[in-house]
Design a protein around this ligand. Sequence first.
Ligand code: NDP
Ligand code: A1CAB
Length: 265
Amino acid sequence: MQEQLTIIGGGNLGKSIISGLVSSDIFNTSDITVVDKSFYNLSYVKDNLGVNISQDIITAIENVKWVILCVQPRQLEGVLNEIKDKVTKDQVFISTVTGTSIEEINQLLPDNKVIRVMPNTGAAKKLSMTCISAGKDVKEELAIVEEIFKTIGETLVIEERLMQAATVLGASGIAFFLRFLRAMIQGGIQMGFHPHEAQIIAVQTAIGAATLVAENGTHPEREIDKVTTPQGCTIEGLNEMEHQGLSSSVIKGVMASYEKINTIK
Ligand SMILES: NC(=O)C1=CN([C@@H]2O[C@H](COP(=O)(O)OP(=O)(O)OC[C@H]3O[C@@H](n4cnc5c(N)ncnc54)[C@H](OP(=O)(O)O)[C@@H]3O)[C@@H](O)[C@H]2O)C=CC1
Ligand SMILES: O=C(O)[C@@H]1CCC=N1
């Protein structure tokens, strides 16, 4: 692709997206620019990812077709106010910003096409799950945005009303799964493994579990049935986890996250 792309915000998510993008062939590294206020983030991006860096937001979006907004929700209004008089109609804005609707962005950028995306930090390993939504008049751009985000993992186009749910399940979900992984490692250590050994075993087991479901297309419980020997140790462990409220606490945590997201600004 000949066009250029600028990411406003090279923080946790911005860095993950760029890491994936630079190892794909959709944009030349020289056509990607990251703008950030933080010199630490910019030098990391420059040294490790080789893209252009800038602290000047206005210059960085000049003549650029694709602009990814990757700042925190409370910072977005300031960014949009800073750029709104310099933006041209042909520029397409891709927003990763949690809880901010396309309509809200269009209030400050009324002439621009806006597409919302919700990737996750798996992007750094090209394993993001990116949910995407857009209005009716952006079919062509939507297809290109899908192409861009397919370079960093899986994509799914969803209705905008489900974007908050996608954020909890897909983006916060990385943290939720990692907390479970940590608990497994802690159990492994208590049984006698060194921490690094417990981590190797738990991580590979998690990859195996997810891959079984992903590649077989089976329901998780079907794969669980293959592991639970009657009167064996697996069912004993699973049932104790359920007595202690595992599924219930995960669902309650997901719903607490979902309630919170509707209050974020
Ligand atoms: N982290 C995640 O896993 C995910 C995050 N998101 C969403 O993506 C967005 C970004 O999140 P995340 O990367 O974690 O946030 P970070 O705070 O890590 O990164 C945002 C970066 O943008 C910079 N910034 C803020 N304002 C400006 C400005 N006016 N000009 C230039 N740079 C600016 C910040 O600098 P400074 O710190 O100096 O203000 C910071 O370095 C959020 O809306 C978040 O909700 C979505 C999915 C997953
Ligand atoms: O915690 C948050 O609010 C953001 C959205 C999803 C991941 N991080």
